[in-house]
Design a protein around this ligand. Structure first.
Ligand code: FAD
Length: 434
């Protein structure tokens, strides 16, 4: 006997769980299916989980700012109990260096000013007051370890930055996803783990349900692809890739964990820093560590992989990133034993997500999160739920895209900007910064 739900959500990462929560609140009977043993065990578990508001487009900025309010008010937003406790938002703020590479942040400032987002201009002295262990020499443009001049200053100093107080990081991204699972379940949502969706049943151009790897058949008139780095495979399973003008692919990433330098307790006193002069972002990590990820400078290339078969060992990328962050923190020691994470981004052609319907009736997608949508899970859940209600009510979302009014920010989000049919957005950073 087939099981029957209103909606099957493929994936139980942070975004899949948030969509379940919002659809359940609207009275839809949802089932999340995940091939891993628990919620948030996929790319979400290795997320740096940085919450920040600086994005290269106005709509991207508005989405991130809207979600900030749910992270601040996490337990009220969830409205449920969780026996595992709740994830914590460490609101350290974020300092973004003004560099040649980001045009002195002019475009970002235009967006944050339009949306009334708090920010402060910090000069050299103020940066060094907060980060006294920093060397502000310019190293730009970022280079690979094997390139001539790597690690050598290129003249002058970073002259300042913009500090955003509405930023920080989530202590435990997997726990945040568990919280959302419990919130969805409290509203009637169901989750099944250790099961892979191996077939998506389509008849007469409309999705009918899915078949799992143990042969279970689940009937549903709505199926949503929130499969993270597997999104392209899942779209192909449904035949939903037929009309997509924006594609997604799994891109391998390494994140470095290093002990704080001896001259500064970064774990306690640090903050999120986005530094395109050295091509690195960093944040405090538990145990007085520094976590450092790549801002994807051109020289690093993009390592597209098969999400079912990729190298989980550290490579030269780890060493390059460790040496880059040590350019700023010269007293930082680099241990012989590498520590950090290796995981995948689900990257779209312009590093902006796809939150959309598809050419198959009832089949929707929330994918292409491009290493920068953990923070947007709360708003992505609401957006997708509203988009699904809009589509299921018979509206033609492709010709008349949903205009989505944000809950906490006075901004109407044009969902055409996250359509699978859009043109590549030239305003994007084409990097993890979105
Ligand atoms: C190293 C790293 C650092 C990051 N840092 C940040 C950051 O600082 N800030 C930020 O905002 N974002 C960050 N991100 C991005 C963010 O983590 C992702 O955008 C977000 O976690 C994606 O959530 P998701 O639910 O879409 O996907 P995932 O968490 O990848 O979940 C997808 C799930 O689908 C399941 N699945 C796939 N195929 C199937 C199938 N056929 N059947 C059943 N289950 C299936 C998988 O098992 C997986 O659990 C980072 C990502 C990485 C990898």
């Amino acid at each position: 006997m087939a099981q029957k739900y209103d909606a099957v959500i493929i994936g139980a990462g942070i975004i899949g769980a948030a969509i379940a929560f919002e659809l359940s609140k609207r009275g839809r009977r949802t089932l999340n299916v995940d091939m891993l043993p628990a919620a948030g065990y996929g790319s979400t578990s290795n997320s740096c989980a940085i919450i920040r508001v600086h994005y290269s487009t106005l709509d991207g900025t508005a989405l991130a700012y809207d979600s900030y309010f749910d992270w601040v008010d996490w337990q009220n937003y969830l409205d449920c109990a969780d026996e595992s406790g709740f994830s914590v938002f460490h609101q350290t703020g974020c300092l973004v260096m003004k560099t040649a590479g980001n045009g002195g942040l002019k475009r970002v400032l235009k967006h944050v000013e339009a949306l009334g987002i708090a920010h402060e201009h910090w000069g050299r002295e103020q940066i060094l007051r907060r980060l006294p262990h920093y060397d502000l020499s310019c190293f730009s443009p970022p280079k690979r370890m094997d390139e001539e001049g790597f690690g050598e200053p290129t003249g002058g100093e970073v002259q300042g930055g913009v500090f955003f107080p509405t930023a920080g990081y989530i202590s435990d991204p997997q726990l945040a996803t568990h919280n959302l699972q419990r919130a969805a379940e409290a509203k009637g949502g169901r989750f099944v783990f250790n099961r892979r969706v191996v077939e998506i049943v389509v008849a007469h151009g409309h999705v009918q349900g899915v078949i799992l790897d143990d042969g279970t058949k689940v009937d549903a008139a709505i199926v949503i692809n929130v499969a993270g780095p597997h999104s392209a495979k899942v779209n192909a399973l449904a035949g939903a890739d037929a009309d997509m003008r924006i594609s997604t692919k799994a891109v391998r990433q390494e994140v470095v964990h290093l002990p704080s330098p001896p001259d500064f307790d970064f774990g306690e006193r640090g903050l999120v820093v986005s530094d395109s002069d050295i091509g690195i972002y960093c944040r405090p990590e538990i145990g007085n560590h520094v976590l450092a990820g790549s801002e994807d400078p051109e020289c690093d290339g993009r390592e597209v992989v098969d999400p079912d078969d990729f190298n989980r060992d550290f490579t030269d990328q780890w060493t390059t990133q460790a040496l880059r962050i040590a350019q700023r923190m010269p007293k930082m020691g680099i241990p012989g034993r590498m520590s950090g994470v290796v995981d995948l981004y689900d990257v779209s052609d312009d590093w902006i997500p796809i939150y959309d319907k598809s050419c198959i009736g009832g089949f929707y997608m929330a994918c292409g999160s491009s290493g920068n949508q953990f923070k947007n899970a709360p708003v992505a859940g609401k957006l997708m739920a509203e988009l699904i209600e809009y589509g299921e009510a018979g509206n033609d979302h492709d010709s008349k895209p949903l205009q989505f009014a944000l809950q906490h920010v006075d901004h109407v989000f044009d969902t055409a900007t996250v359509s699978r049919l859009r043109k590549i957005n030239p305003d994007s950073s084409f990097s993890v910064l979105g």
